[in-house]
Structure formats: structure tokens, C-alpha cells
Design a protein around this ligand. Structure first.
Ligand SMILES: [Zn+2]
Length: 333
């Protein structure tokens, strides 16, 4: 006995009649567990297909969209990992205008579990956007995000060990699963950026032809060089926050500490109004300051933190002295 009516719409969401869709394969299991497990598998298979078989194509695209706006390696790495999301799903970089997703879908479609096929096919239409973290539920491992343009909220599963900061902005592409969404491939986390500036930028690029589907690289490069404050004329100050936060997240330092560090940096900028070209040495000095004064980490050396940020130990040391002199009044009650 089948619980699905042959002439009703297929539960897989394809819009076809059940008898002409999954019914033709005698499929009766439409549990989210089965379908989402298949989508997770396709997610992995697609990424390894693209990165292994089309490594050269990806590399050519990355070179093509390389930008000189971002002046250091860490920021460029963040930019390139963000580009990957877009290159895999949205760029018609193969013969006959196919995207890497199209190529994968056409090659492997006969091997896709039928009830997951329709949902998976929609991934090819997904475009990057910006999401704000509005809630984090550790107990149920769920993250709640809100898309900045549409104001739509999405609950997302949170992988073990992932940390998110309340109110931070994420750039990524949400792809549909059976009864939920998830981010495709990876996300770019923006820390302490002025939300209004990001919204303005997002609106600007979204209103152009094809929106972020076409203009994502320009948007991403600009988003990564935005000022933290409306009256902050030095985008490098924002990059310090981004670099510092990325390094701290990598070390599993809690959001709370990261936020305190960002607050200290903003205080410092207000008081000292630093102007500089390279962000790494200031980011390294900020981490060293936070490690010493907030985390009471006495084992970390200035040389160590300088090499982690690829900065010169002398400059880090000089910046650290300025930071601690200016912030001394803030940290001693
Ligand atoms: Zn179906």
C-alpha cells in the first residue's frame, strides 16, 4: 500500500504528478533525514568534483577576479575563499555556458536519489547574499540568520565546533535542503562592520542587472574594505578587526573575548586615530594585547604572534606599546 496518491503532486517538490516523478521509481520514503543525507553527500561530491576535475578552470577564474584593493595575503585569502562559493555555483565558465554546478548535475544526475533531485537542482539558482546572525541556540545546535535585503529569517544547523558572534554578518549562499537551508561550501564572516554601510553596498549591487549573480566579486572586494564606522576614513582599521577575529576564531577563542578585543580596538582608534597601510602588524599587536591582558596568557611571545600574522616583530612590538599606553586607562580600573 502506498500512502501517496498517484495523481497528486509529488512530495519531492518537483511540481510533477507523483506517478510521473518519484512514483515511477516506487519511492515512498520522503523523510527529511533520507533526503538531507543525500543532499549532504551531493554537496561533498560536487565540491570534490569541481576542485579536483576543474582545478584549472577555478584557478583561471580566481586569477581573473583577483583584486588589488585588498593589500595583504590574509585578506586576499578571505576574498578568494568567498569567490569560490560564487565560482562553483554561478559562473558560466565551461563550454556552452555551463557552470561547474551544471556540469556536475548533468554528469551525475542518474546517480542522484530521485527524491533529492529537484531540491538539488535548485542549488544552481542560488546566489550569494549577506546574512546577520540573530540568534545562536547552542542546545539545539541551531543558528538563526536574517537575510539583509529581504529580512527573511532562516534557522540553520550549526556544525560542531563552529563559533558565531551575535550580530555579525555572514556572506554566503544559502542552498535549499528538504525542510531547511544551509550554507553552501563556506562563508565569509565579517566582524564589526557598520551594518548600514554593508546594506547600502548590497542594495547598490543587487539593483544592477543580475545583481550579485554577476557582480559578486566587486561586492565582496568592497565589503572587505568597508570602514567599521561611518566617520572612519581608514578602511585598514576595519581589516585589523577582520584579521584579528579570524585568527581568534581559528584558535577557538570565545566570541565574548573577541568582542572585548574589538571594543578595545575601537577605543584605541577613537583615541589614537592611527593611520597605517598594513593591517597585519596592528592585528597581531591587538591579539598580543588581548592574550596578555584579558586571557592572561604569559607563554605567547611577540615574535610568535608576529609570525602568525606574517608581520615584522619590530612593528608588532611598536604597535603593542602604543596600544598598551593608550588603553592603559581603560583596562586598569
Ligand atoms: Zn518526485
Amino acid at each position: 500500500m502506498c500512502k501517496y496518491e498517484r495523481n497528486e503532486l509529488c512530495p519531492c517538490g518537483s511540481g510533477k504528478k507523483y506517478k510521473k516523478c518519484c512514483g515511477a521509481f516506487n519511492i515512498t520514503d520522503f523523510s527529511s533525514q533520507v533526503i538531507n543525507r543525500e543532499l549532504d553527500r551531493l554537496h561533498q561530491q560536487f565540491v570534490s568534483f569541481a576542485t579536483n576535475k576543474h582545478d584549472d578552470t577555478i584557478h583561471r577564474q580566481i586569477t581573473r577576479y583577483a583584486t588589488r584593493d585588498l593589500d595583504n595575503d590574509d585578506m586576499n585569502q578571505i576574498y578568494e575563499s568567498g569567490l569560490m562559493i560564487w565560482i562553483l555555483l554561478n559562473v558560466a565558465c565551461l563550454q556552452r555556458g555551463q557552470t561547474l554546478f551544471d556540469a556536475f548535475y548533468h554528469t551525475y544526475q542518474s546517480q542522484i536519489e530521485h527524491q533529492a533531485k529537484h531540491t538539488f537542482s535548485l542549488w544552481g539558482h542560488s546566489v550569494p547574499s549577506v546574512y546577520e546572525v540573530i540568534d545562536i541556540d547552542e542546545a539545539s545546535s541551531q543558528l538563526f540568520v536574517r537575510e539583509l535585503l529581504s529580512d527573511t529569517a532562516y534557522p540553520l544547523p550549526m556544525a560542531e565546533g563552529e563559533t558565531f558572534k551575535h550580530g555579525s554578518l555572514l556572506i554566503g549562499t544559502l542552498v535549499p535542503y528538504f525542510d531547511r537551508f544551509n550554507f553552501f561550501y563556506s562563508i565569509v564572516k565579517l566582524y564589526a562592520y557598520n551594518k548600514e554601510n554593508v546594506i547600502t553596498l548590497l542594495q547598490h549591487y543587487s539593483s544592477k542587472d543580475d545583481g550579485l549573480k554577476t557582480h559578486f566579486p566587486d561586492f565582496l572586494a568592497e565589503a572587505l574594505s568597508l570602514e567599521t564606522d561611518a566617520d572612519d576614513a581608514n578602511p585598514q582599521r576595519g581589516q585589523v578587526v577582520q584579521l584579528f577575529a579570524n585568527h581568534m576564531v581559528d584558535k577557538d577563542i570565545s566570541d565574548d573575548i573577541i568582542l572585548q578585543g574589538i571594543d578595545l580596538w575601537n577605543d584605541y582608534c577613537k583615541q589614537a586615530k592611527p593611520s597605517f597601510v598594513k593591517s597585519e602588524s596592528y592585528a597581531a599587536a591587538l591579539e598580543y594585547f588581548v592574550q596578555k591582558t584579558i586571557l592572561n596568557n604569559t607563554s605567547m611571545t611577540q615574535g610568535q604572534v608576529a609570525s602568525e600574522y606574517d608581520a615584522s616583530p619590530g612593528t608588532v612590538s611598536a604597535h603593542y606599546r602604543k596600544l598598551s599606553q593608550t588603553l592603559a586607562s581603560n583596562t586598569t580600573p
